[in-house]
Each structure stands twice: as structure tokens, then as C-alpha cells.
Write a protein that binds this ligand. Sequence first.
Ligand SMILES: [Zn+2]
Length: 408
Amino acid sequence: MNPDPLTQSLLDWLGTRLEPNLDALRRLVERNSFTANAAGIDEQGRMTADLFADLGFRAEFVPSEHPGYGHHLFLSRRGRIPGPPLVLVSHLDTVYPPEEEQAQNFRWEPAPNEGRIYGPGTVDIKGGTTLLLLTLEGLRQFAPEIFLSHSWLIALDASEETLSQDFAQRTSERCPHGAQAVLVFEGGPVINDAWQIVDARKGRERFRLCARGRAAHAGSAHADGVNAIVSLAEAVQKAARLTDPASELTVNVGCIRGGTVVNRVPHEAEAELEVRAYDPTLLDRTAAALRELERDLIPPHQAEIRVSSLGRSPAWPASPANAALAAHWTEAAKSLHLQLVPGPRGGLSDANYLCHLGPTLDGLGPSGGNAHCSERSADRLKLPEYVEPGTFIPKAAINILALIRFLG
Ligand SMILES: [Zn+2]
């Protein structure tokens, strides 16, 4: 079945824009923008601002709270009708230091036979940024009244990969009345012909468990000691057992250290863990259960356990408003004879920090894989990050038709 003539003309027009769009992506990928490379981030910001200037977006560079990082970038376009903006989210940074790109010879590398382009940030998230550009260009071309009527705020985080929270604060300050929608352009994989987008993400809280026992000579006074490692080991077992697959709650003990030398009863040990869940009340309940560990192990025969939170990233839970927004994307895909599947994802993104502004969707960027990987081995068991350029036109068309349904 062919799409209707209007949709076909949209696909044809997007086809003429693919080449320049991939060229813009190449230029962004060729410039290193590791989070800690502040000059690289700022150059990435200027290049990105130039890409959107023709669409009438005004650029604002906002310093990061973190002294070593580059500027966040906000691109805004005021619409004819008053009202809160649509917030379109991407980021400027990648996880690859320049030395790593050099050492791995990891760079822009089209592999047409594989339908892939390898390179740092190709899917996470520079391909998302240029796909957003393609989406807005197509919207201006095919639904100019919608493009011109609504206000748009493109928010580009300088330090998404470190999950620093000042970007969300700066974005929220620019949306005093919330957002019509928050649309995040992280990669959206195509698996078995199903186009995956994200409608919920787990929240996360990190904790430190500290055990304080009593040191003693392991040979002559072993009984006088209180072994912090042994007590902590008991505590982490209890913590790990709070994991509940049925409610998609995980407790992951991620690191542990303790003691100094083997002829002492160790008096200190500590572990760090993280809790993840979609449901914010589950995060609260698990935090309370972890604090109970302080009461479970009683000195003097066991070490004293102290549980402290190292910070929480809020959950982005599923909601009827998100589902209603996602339905526009599902229907838009259907009109292109594509199957699109909204679903939850365990990892964090800027959506966790911005979903309070309005209904939110993520995964609106192109399909790709191996994000955060730079290695390549001869047996191809290790392959670096890539994007699938064949997904740009269909995904931009889905985004455009969905925006027309949502805003029209
Ligand atoms: Zn990433």
C-alpha cells in the first residue's frame, strides 16, 4: 500500500533534504564534544545554533553551573498565538574524550553496505539533533501555519552525560507556564520492524552504606574486634534482596571496599548501591527499607551501619497524558504503514528532569546502536556507536505527521 499523495510528497521532499542533513551531522560528529571539553561543547553549540538560524531560532548560550563545562544552548522561536512552548530536547556532549577518539581511530565512517554510519555521537545524540532539524524544516514546508503559530524552545544540554541537574533548572525557568509537550530526541531503535519510542523512564536513587566496627589484632585479640566487612556483607545481601522483578524495582550493589591489611580485624567498610523503579512511591518505600538496615545490625557484636542518600533522579512515570501524546505518534506511523511501539526504558535521560513541564515523549531520534562504545575488533564482536541513516526520513515523517495531529 502506498501512502496518500500528500504524505508521498512529504517523503519526497524529505528525500531532497537528507543529503544536506547528513552533511550537517558529519560536521557535528567531526568536532569532539566530550562533556569536559568546554571549548568543543561551545563550538558544537555555535554550529548547532547556525543550523537552526534559517528557521528563525534565536540563540542563547547559558553557562553551566559546573566550572569545567561548556554552555547550555537554548534556541527559541516565538509563535503567533500565546501559550507555553513545545520543548524539544537534545544535548551537545558525548562520552568520548578526544584522546580516546584518536586512540581508537573512531571517527565519521559511513558503511553503506551495512546501512550504518559509525562515529562518536552519531546516535547519542547528534543524529537526534539533525533529525530534529529535518522535522522542523518539514513542518515549516508542509504545515507552515502550525510551525508559525506555536512557540518552540529547543533546549540543548551541555552535560547530559553526567546527569547534572542545572540544565533542567535553566530549561524550567524558561517555561514558567509549563510546556505543551516535552519531546526528547534520544535514539529510537527499530527492532523487528517496530519503531520504538519511550513513554516512561525509571527514577533512580543512589545510596552509600558505611560500616563502622572495631579494629583488633587478628592473631592475639581477634575476639575483641568487630568486623566491618562481615557486617557490611550482611547488609548488602539484605539490600540486594529488595529487588522485585514483578514491580520492576531493582537494587544494584555497584561497588564495595573495606579493610586495609589481612592481620587486622577491619573497622571500616563501605558500599554504594542504586535503586531504580518507574513508580516514585516504590522508590520512597525502598529508601525507607534501606534505612531500616541501620537498625538490623546491632553493635557491639556487629558493626554500626549508616545509610545515606547520594541523590535522586526523579522517575518519569507512565500517565494518561503521555499515552494520549504517544497515540499521535502511533497513528502517524500507521498512516505511513509503519508500526510504532511506545514503551518504558530503564535508563535515565533529560526526560526524567523535564517531564514535570508537560506530557513527554522520548526516543524521537533516529535508530542506531552501540551508544557509549568506541572499540572495534577484527571479529566484529566489538563495534562502535553508529546511526542508521535509512531511518531519518521515515522518523522525520512520523514526527511531522504526529505534530500536525497533536497541534492541528
Ligand atoms: Zn549517552
